[in-house]
Write a protein that binds this ligand. Sequence first.
Ligand code: AMP
Length: 398
Amino acid sequence: MNILVINCGSSSLKFQLINAETEEVKAKGLCERIGIEGSVISYTPAGGEKEVTQSPMPTHTEAISLVLAALTNEKTGVVKSLSEIGAVGHRIVHGGEKFASSCVITDEVQKTIEECSDLAPLHNPANLIGVNACKELMPGVPMVAVFDTAFHQTMPEKAYIYALPYEYYEKYKIRRYGFHGTSHGYVAGRTAAFLGRDITELKTIVCHLGNGASVSAVNGGKCVDTSMGLTPLEGLYMGTRSGDLDPAILEFIANKEGKSISEITSILNKKSGVLGMSCGLSSDFRDLQEAYEAGNPAAIRAMEAYCYKVAKVIGSYVAALNGVDAITFTAGIGENSGFVREKVCAYLGYLGITLDAAANAKRGDEMEITTPDSKVKVLVIPTNEELAIARDTYALVK
Ligand code: AMP
């Protein structure tokens, strides 16, 4: 069965068509600037050339229409007709406390996802636009929701509760939810498989270090803690997000700069993190590493603070798990930056970790980057959220 995986944002839409039995990616692509002038779709069939086409996309329905036309195109398409698409898997950012696993989208499920929009006002409505557009263009094809928050729903109360008046949890469900759950779950599973261990007996710390970044503590395959919170702003320092800070800073900046809370929240989301600490140099770790090596003090400050913070969160999760068997790096920075991995692991010698410098310098597939005598294994596992979404979708509809 072919599964169409859709990750729909407010003005963009990423897609992949995956054969669920062979797990082959038959085609993938991206629609950008939906609802804005200059919309463009890029489409790459397996083994073929990437095509980039400008085409008006006033709404997501036109964008998905173009995706379906590309997939069924006589020359470059990968299926003969839409009947060869068995189901659609949608990435949904926030499932609140309502969804602890993926599920088939019924009217009731859709209503509940809408109710969770309060918790993710930028993401859930955009995700639902994608669901509605697919329903309109592919009537009768089952749709599945795969939530970023679901994997973290196993966290115990002591990990998810904030030290606020309890009524805010009761009234508004303000608590830690965590994100990147599809990635954390997939990578924790691959970590056990790579080590040839039973996941139910393994303590793993997964470091998803991308433009957004989070760490999770996974005990026996279940998440027991994670660094993102009610929103993806908490935790590690990220590309442009501040991560943890003293909440009183908001009022302090508001008074000093005459800014509103929403203006400051926008600064915390878009102008902070390594971008902010490096005086606006870059949010991209390739640029930061180059500048660091050239001795740029702003890049050195941002990189040192970033790696120190990752190591501190890992240390706290070693305590949460009361030990650790494996630490796994994933996502853009985690998979590609041996530089960041080495700096983070330099703080973890007390765990008996010894890095294999030659292995850490490599890039590519799943690999171990510690020496055979290292007490804790450190791995690099490329994440694959689309495949995880396709697997969940297939499991629910086959
Ligand atoms: P993601 O959000 O997982 O796509 O990760 C994107 C981030 O990965 C980029 O902003 C870069 O900072 C980082 N990245 C990608 N490739 C490399 C690389 N070769 N070295 C260092 N960082 C990289």
